[in-house]
Design a protein around this ligand. Structure first.
Ligand code: AMP
Ligand code: ZN
Length: 478
């Protein structure tokens, strides 16, 4: 059996073979941390989570990098509006993003570099592109990538090369003529403007900040190499972002940049892409505040094939929760069989049961092998639950143990089982904090400590700040 993925670059489903035997180098475009992620964004991160979990299940070691965009027009604009420094502002939304990933059982990337901490690498890459004639600086101080210097430009989206002739179609207006040579050329470095406030770096091209595309070229190569295996992102990023990443990286290193490009389709609401600019978005906390279960939300974001648009329907969440409860009930029953070991342990493992489990595991694997056919894989997983429930009266301890092992292995891919207690909502935590403050005021330290320990057991740490007691969700706790 081989793993096959649809590669957006070749527009075919191809056998996946990593560059280095047994190791997959994976890069995912991460969030711009200027607001809470909406559930459309989260779909993109659940997709890379499924991909990574599945590759691990198939025996690969996965080296996963996801960048954090913490400098761009939006982060600068909104931090100024909020009256905060760029760092303080983006720290807050980064932590919220990490919390969202935890809530949704997303296995976070091993490395999550922040753009603002990688500026020197970006400056070096821009210098190299200028010296090799692939970039140029204009009188305003901006540095542009020269699209016409890369004949393969636009291959990912099948751009017609004739549309890339200098000033194609006369679309440059007279103001632009003093800034760039071709309408397609894109900024690698943006010269400082007073509206940028404190958000600038010194560089050989003058004071300024990097463009967005250079960020991903630099961070992916730094951590994964000049050529790496898989790059993910939403379909909206194919052009211009990924197209520009390819141009910069291949011109700079003279090597193929990415071997397999995997793009997730959009999450839609009423036929429209969910996006901040459309104003038709909701965040994870919006749904949690309505009382929906995080795993029911995870299931909804996961269960549509990544290359199909997902029409998000809140009404599906209740049905998903029922399925989650069925999975939990099944595991509880298996635990009961195993815990009642003395009476039943005499029975051996049934061969037909083992064969049945093996068959189901093979079907599950085969489904995901074929470009992550998640609906088929979920159907097999639920079939397994059904078989366990049907056979529970007849299962010996070894039979039950094998079933638990298989469920755990498959759940390593799906992430639909609660590992610990249900997540506490922010309001619940605030209420417990208030109760603890009251207990301390009354010198009831035992109760105060009890509350602190209860929160800690849920991965919630309390911090005393000048503004009162604040809480943080400890990353990776759930
Ligand atoms: P951003 O924070 O806007 O840079 O987006 C982060 C990720 O979310 C990118 O991979 C986008 O392609 C993806 N994305 C944005 N909107 C949607 C959507 N409605 N459905 C699925 N993915 C999306
Ligand atoms: Zn990117």
């Amino acid at each position: 059996m081989t793993v096959r993925f649809y590669n957006s670059l070749t527009r075919t489903v191809e056998e996946f073979v990593p560059l280095e035997d047994g190791v997959v180098k994976l890069y995912s475009c991460g969030p711009t941390v200027y607001n809470y992620a909406h559930i459309g964004n989260l779909r993109a991160f659940l997709f890379s989570d499924l991909l990574k979990r599945f590759l691990r299940f198939r025996g690969f070691r996965v080296d996963h990098v996801m960048n954090i965009t913490d400098i761009d027009d939006k982060t600068i604009r909104d931090s100024q509006k909020a009256g905060k420094s760029l760092g303080e502002f983006t720290d807050f939304f980064l932590q919220e993003f990490l919390d969202d990933l935890d809530t949704l059982h997303v296995d976070k990337a091993e490395r999550m570099p922040r753009a603002t901490e990688e500026i020197s690498g970006m400056i070096s890459m821009i210098e190299s592109l200028i010296s090799s004639g692939h970039a140029y600086q204009v009188s305003s101080g901006d540095v542009y990538f020269k699209v016409s210097s890369f004949p393969k430009y636009g291959e990912l989206v099948q751009l017609d090369p004739s549309s890339l002739k200098a000033n194609a179609g006369g679309r440059l207006n007279s103001a632009d003529e003093y800034t760039k040579e071709n309408v397609q050329d894109f900024a690698l470095w943006k010269a400082y403007a007073p509206s940028d406030g404190d958000a600038y770096w010194e560089s050989p091209f003058g004071k300024g900040r990097p463009g967005w595309h250079i960020e991903c070229s630099v961070m992916s190569t730094k951590y994964l190499g000049e050529t790496f295996d898989i790059h993910t992102g939403g379909v909206d990023l194919k052009f211009p972002h990924h197209t520009n990443e390819i141009a910069q990286s291949e011109c700079c290193h003279g090597e193929l940049f990415v071997r397999y490009w995997l793009h997730n389709e959009h999450l839609m609401v009423n036929g429209k892409k969910m996006s901040k600019s459309e104003g038709n978005f909701y965040t994870l906390r919006d749904l949690l505040e309505k009382g929906y279960d995080p795993l029911a939300i995870r299931m909804e974001l996961l269960k549509t094939h990544y290359r199909h648009q997902l029409d998000f329907r809140e009404e599906n969440l209740a049905a998903n929760l029922k399925i989650i409860e069925r999975i939990e009930g099944c595991r509880e029953r298996l635990d009961e069989i195993i815990n009642a070991a003395p009476e039943k342990s005499a029975d051996g493992e049934t061969t037909s049961w083992s064969e049945q489990l093996e068959r189901l595991e093979q079907q599950f694997t085969a489904a995901l092998d074929e470009d992550l056919n998640i609906s088929e894989a979920l159907a097999v997983y639920l079939q397994l639950i059904k078989e366990v429930n049907r056979e529970q009266e007849n299962l010996s301890v070894p039979d039950a143990t094998r079933a638990v092992e298989l469920l755990s292995r498959l759940d390593g891919v799906l992430g639909l089982c609660r590992e610990k207690a249900t997540l506490l909502l922010d309001e619940d935590i605030e209420q417990l904090i208030a109760e603890r403050t009251q207990a301390r005021a009354e010198k009831n330290f035992a109760r105060a400590d009890e509350i602190r320990d209860k929160l800690l057991a849920q991965g919630i740490e309390l911090k005393d700040t000048p503004q009162g007691v604040k809480f943080v969700r400890v990353v990776g706790a759930l």
